[in-house]
Ligand binder design. Structure first.
Ligand SMILES: C[S@@+](CC[C@H](N)C(=O)[O-])C[C@H]1O[C@@H](n2cnc3c(N)ncnc32)[C@H](O)[C@@H]1O
Ligand SMILES: [Zn+2]
Length: 413
């Protein structure tokens, strides 16, 4: 096997380490402090800044930026550029190019000077955005997810080079399955990640690239990079579209006649209902709460007993515990359809939402009720005295207020 095809044990084995280190130190000193100041994303600035400084330094070293004439420098397209930082650094260092992503990021507007960053939902069937690329262009994919296997194919079509740092494993139509790896040995004996690296490598080899695999020196755990440079002798361009189609078909687990790539949508899907837009959640909680206490018949009343420190009963409070016979499947029907839709569209289940509000509701055997506070809570209160930050929903919203005095309730009055 070509030694360049192996994942090296150590980092930076295919480039000049001394040049890399010099470039990295210079870039870090020059860009990192200012970038930290403008960072307005929720992500960790240290991780992302050092990662992209490392990748930029690697590319610049790989491209012999120090000996190549400026006008001959490679250009780049950062595919699925995310926060756009890599495009920013490359542009600042004098490389022409742009990044695109289906979703614009807040930080894009904060870069100065502004790099070329484009909002585009890329579908390989329509690759117009790449049409001005030349043999001097590099397609870059840093964790490009579902676009990963497409990058070598597109680079072949446009006769460019590529640089990919694979992360999440996708084939041409969906999640990558190990069986799709042609190198049977690595399909069964190694991790999915290693097998995926072999898979992408094989796609690139079939596309006619000279392939090199290296390990980057970056904070990310996924730091293997695959580099592809076209070998002129292998270019057989009579019908490049057909040629690429065959490669895609050969490397797809699906046997379907028409492989259908579905670009992801611009709104980041949120799978956990704790992340559903807060107003939607607040509204749903209030509607359910009001529904449960809307029945003031005496049969719903319960007695909440109060005790002294010596555990002697001191008082009894009558409290409306609300409806007791509401099935979750019926409760959802009282939520207006548009709210339900907003909840669903963001992948939040009603049951999850209700369960996530255990300080207000209880779900037992498919029925939903109000949480009924008990004096016995006192033991846990003493332990949690210092962390009573959550407000007592019952005290704020129940017509009878919370039936417990504030020093006993687990929540803040
Ligand atoms: C894991 S993120 C990596 C982002 C960035 N390269 C980085 O390393 O910080 C994958 C990115 O690819 C983008 N993406 C995925 N599919 C896309 C498509 N079909 N068209 C455009 N962007 C896409 C996503 O929006 C996301 O920003
Ligand atoms: Zn309370």
């Amino acid at each position: 096997m070509d030694p360049n095809h192996e994942v090296p044990k150590y980092s930076l084995t295919r480039i000049r380490k001394d040049v890399y280190e010099q470039v990295y130190e210079r870039l870090k000193g020059f860009y990192a402090p200012a970038l930290k100041k403008i960072w307005n994303e929720k992500t960790d600035p240290d991780k992302f800044i050092h990662e992209d400084l490392g990748i930029t330094s690697y590319l610049m070293t790989l491209w012999n930026y120090d000996i190549i004439e400026r006008k001959n420098r490679p250009s780049f397209v950062d595919i699925g550029c995310g926060n756009g930082l890599l495009s920013y650094l490359l542009a600042c260092e004098g490389f022409e190019g742009f990044g695109f992503d289906v979703r614009e990021r807040k930080i894009w507007k904060a870069f100065d000077p502004q790099p070329r960053l484009i909002v585009s939902s890329f579908d390989p069937k329509d690759d117009q955005i790449l049409e001005n690329c030349t043999e001097n262009s590099w397609f870059i994919g840093n964790h490009p997810d579902e676009l990963t296997p497409w990058i070598p194919v597109l680079a072949r079509k446009f006769r460019c080079s590529f640089f990919i740092i694979p992360c999440c494993a996708y084939d041409f139509v969906g999640k990558y399955k190990r069986e799709a790896c042609k190198e049977k040995e690595s399909a069964t004996t190694t991790s999915v990640y290693s097998s995926y690296i072999q898979y992408i490598k094989q796609v690139a080899l079939d596309c006619g690239f000279k392939v090199t695999i290296d390990r980057l020196r970056i904070p990310s755990t996924k730091r293997t990079c695959i580099i592809g440079v076209l070998e002129e002798s292998k270019l057989n361009d009579k019908n490049v579209d057909l040629y690429c189609e065959n490669i895609i078909r050969n490397h797809s687990a699906s046997n379907e006649e028409h492989l259908n790539f579905q670009p992801r949508c611009a709104v980041e899907p949120v799978r956990n209902c704790t992340k559903i837009g807060q107003t939607v959640v607040v509204n749903i909680v209030k509607i359910l709460f009001d529904f449960l206490i809307s029945d003031i018949s005496e049969s719903n009343n319960v007695v909440i007993e109060h005790f002294s420190d010596a555990k002697v009963k001191t008082n009894e409070v009558i409290w409306n515990a609300g409806k007791q016979d509401v099935k979750l499947s019926d409760a959802i029907k009282i939520i207006p359809p548009e709210l339900r839709q907003q909840m669903k569209a963001q992948h939040g289940g009603f049951q999850t939402l209700v369960r996530n509000h255990g300080h207000i509701f209880r779900v037992i055997d498919g029925y939903v009720r109000l949480r009924q506070p008990h004096w016995t809570d006192i033991d846990s209160v003493q332990n949690t005295q210092r962390i009573r930050t959550k407000k007592c929903y019952l005290n704020d919203h129940h017509p009878d207020k919370c039936p417990l005095p504030s020093h006993v309730c687990r929540f803040r009055h």
